[in-house]
Design a protein around this ligand. Sequence first.
Ligand code: ZN
Length: 85
Amino acid sequence: MKRTGKCPKCGSGDIIADAKAIDRGHGNAMRDLSVATFRKPEALLFKQKSETTVSAWVCAECGYLEFYADHPADIKLPAPSTGRG
Ligand SMILES: [Zn+2]
């Protein structure tokens, strides 16, 4: 949808690009919706969190939407190492 500029559901080309997904935190505070990965999810404190905001592509015709990470490389985890280390 981001690359084709077309809605995969209804075929419309009327796409609203790069809409910000809004998350509401404590006290109804607005912030950009984000996704995160953790390099050490088992750790109690220092999970080594990586995070990126997400943007939405919305079909103006049928309302279908897709989310895209703004910086997907930022949350990519290294390949699991072989052996113990
Ligand atoms: Zn559509």
